[in-house]
Design a protein around this ligand. Structure first.
Ligand code: SF4
Length: 131
């Protein structure tokens, strides 16, 4: 993931949540099991945690947070308000992609870097529509 400053610069200049209940509920339901925020849950050795959460706490909406499902009236559930494309369950292994290495002795036909990016992973079971 990029640095805090880069994430801040590209974020939408609008607060992501309308109140603390929405923010706490979403962060609890999503970041509570995410690899990127694991250091904030480690009471033995607290770390900086996820920079996307810090962007949100400072009043901008990360572009990595896509709108979650809405019903016909535009309502959404607190835990499903956003779909974070950087979410990775803490039990899923390393957070960075682990590409299959090029076979030894083979030439690479196309540079791989242009085709590597954020993966859309399974979310922590958000509700599909508003309660
Ligand atoms: S990557 Fe997304 S889901 Fe994970 S801690 Fe950061 S904001 Fe939360």
């Amino acid at each position: 993931m990029d640095s805090y400053q880069a994430l801040w610069d590209e974020a939408r200049d609008e607060p992501p949540f309308s109140n603390g209940t929405e923010g706490d509920g979403w962060v609890y339901a999503n970041c509570g099991t995410c690899w990127h925020d694991r250091e904030q849950r480690n009471t033995e050795a607290l770390g900086p945690g996820c920079p996307l959460v810090m962007v949100a706490l400072n009043g901008r909406t990360p572009i990595q947070w896509l709108d979650g499902p809405r019903d016909a009236d535009g309502r959404y559930s607190i835990q499903g308000q956003y779909h974070c494309v950087e979410y990775r369950n803490e039990d899923d292994g390393p957070a960075e992609p682990q590409p299959i290495p090029d076979p030894p002795g083979q030439l690479t036909l196309a540079p791989r870097g242009d085709y590597e990016g954020v993966r859309m992973l399974t979310q922590p079971a958000p509700a599909l529509t508003a309660p």
